[in-house]
Structure formats: C-alpha cells, structure tokens
Design a binder for this molecule. Structure first.
Ligand code: ADP
Ligand code: MG
Length: 261
C-alpha cells in the first residue's frame, strides 16, 4: 500500500453525515450473461458520507459503481438515487446522471478538446447553459483543482495528475450532489497521487457525498466514515475505518488486508 495517511491533509473528524438518504440499494443483482456478478447488494448511503469500497480485483466494485449511474443495467432489486428509482426509463437515467458525477481510472478526457472545452462541453450541450456562464463555472472549478492556468492546453500536454484533476473539475461543472470515483489514482505515478487525493479531500470537507473505489488505505483512514469490503460480488463486511482496519471480522477481509497493508 502507499502510506499516504501521514502526508495527506486531514479531513476534520466532525464532518457531518446527514440522515437524508442519498442512495438506496436493495437486494440488487446483476448478471453479465450467465455470470452472476453482483449478489443481493444492500446499501444505504446517507448524504455527506465518504465511503471507500475495496476488495480484490474482479470482486464487482466497478460494476457496482457503474450500476449506480446506469452505465450498467441491473436485473433484480432496486437502486434509488436522490429519491429517483433507477429503471430502464430513460428520463430517470438522465435525471440520475445529472445528480451523479463519475471519475474513472483513465481520466477519459476528450483529447482533441482543450481543458476548458472539456469542462464546458456537457454544460453547454446537455444542460443548455449559456456559454459565458459555462466558461465562468469551468474556470471556477479549474481554480478549485488548482490548474486554471492550464485551461487552454490540451489533455496530452498535462501530467496524469493534472488530467485527473481536470476530470474531477469537469464532473463538478455539472453540479453533482454525489461523486463516484473508480480507482482515480491507480493509473498515476506515486508523486501525483497525493495531489489528486488532496482534491478529493477538499470535496469531502465541503460535504460532498462520495463513493470511492480505491486501494489507498491511507485515504480511507483519513477521510472515509465507512469502508466496505467486497468479494465475489457481495458486500462481505463494512465498518468505520478504525474498526475495519484494526478488527476485521471475516477471514476474507483479514486475508485481503494482510495482502495490501
Ligand atoms: P472490480 O472492479 O472489483 O475489479 P469488476 O466489476 O470490473 O470488478 O468485474 C467483476 C467481474 O465481472 C469480473 O469477473 C469481470 O471479469 C467481470 N466483468 C466485468 N465487466 C464485464 C463485462 N462487460 N462483461 C462480462 N464480464 C464482465
Ligand atoms: Mg474495477
């Protein structure tokens, strides 16, 4: 593991979790063809929670995250985001996608567009935001992730860490209430991991509801209020970070932690 816990900015311990439900998942199951990839997932996420999801490769972490914003379809059970039931109804999918931002391992920026254009594209074309306002919002969030001076460059001219911060800014331009992160630092060189994690910590401090798939256990200890361990398509164990790391209950969790810590 990368021990980031000492170097990361500490998130304040009193960050509030609301009683308002942000995401509710009940008995959710998903298959890829005959392969049963997610099994009876039950998960309630309250507004303001910072949840870290960990588990071995292939355990279904990405699939779970992708089901929450309907990048993947589930076949059984329910997913409700901000009170909207996720079904195959396209109207609901649009509404949920506008509430939920997503950041991937491989940034997924448009290489032929400038940083600023990457950030204004969806607000202008999907949200019909006037261009001037979209540019102002983009510059606000580029300043927030500390790279406003890169606005007119192309993604290929930026470091991996800078590109990932653009990806975060681009998501924020859609004003999401929930942010999903799928291994946002896994493709980065070690010296760039911290700058991305610090950006995520700032978001957490502002009360953003966050679900992060990550192997950065230092981040989990510093920022998460809950850590979820998945294996073979199931949520095996979940707890607040201190208990999770110091006193894991299941043998599968113990084995996983012994391999990464
Ligand atoms: P994780 O993110 O925990 O590594 P994934 O959610 O990516 O796990 O994958 C869970 C399982 O589903 C793996 O066995 C993977 O091979 C399989 N899988 C993922 N995506 C697909 C797909 N599009 N079609 C078929 N199988 C898939
Ligand atoms: Mg994955």
């Amino acid at each position: 593991m990368t021990n980031t816990s000492e170097t990361l900015a500490k998130a304040p311990a009193d960050m509030k979790v609301s009683e308002e439900v942000a995401i509710s998942i009940q008995k959710m199951n998903k298959w890829y063809g005959a392969f049963h990839v997610l099994r009876d997932i039950d998960l309630t996420v309250f507004r303001g929670e910072r949840i870290v999801i960990c588990g071995p490769s292939g355990s279904g972490k990405s699939t779970l995250i992708r089901c929450i914003n309907a990048l993947e379809e589930h076949q059984r059970g329910t997913i409700t985001v901000d009170g909207t039931l996720l079904s195959s109804d396209l109207k609901n999918i649009d509404r949920i996608r506008s509430e939920v931002g997503m950041v991937f391992q491989h940034f997924n920026l448009f290489p032929h567009l400038t940083i600023l254009e990457n950030c204004t594209l969806a607000p202008i074309w999907v949200r019909k935001t006037p261009k001037k306002e979209a540019v102002e919002t983009a510059m606000h969030f580029l300043a927030k992730v500390k790279i406003p001076e890169q606005a007119n460059k192309y993604p290929g001219q930026l470091s991996g860490g800078q590109q990932q911060r653009v990806a975060i800014a681009r998501s924020l331009c859609m004003k999401p209430r929930i942010m999903l992160f799928d291994e946002p630092t896994s493709a980065l060189d070690p010296e760039m991991i911290k700058e991305v994690l610090d950006t995520m910590i700032e978001l957490a401090e502002e009360g953003m509801t966050m679900l992060c798939v990550t192997h950065e256990m230092g981040f989990a200890q510093a920022v998460a209020n809950r850590v979820i361990f998945m294996d073979q398509g199931q949520i095996v164990e979940q707890n607040e970070p201190r208990e999770f790391f110091n006193n894991p209950k299941s043998d599968r969790t113990k084995l996983f932690l012994s391999q990464i810590l």
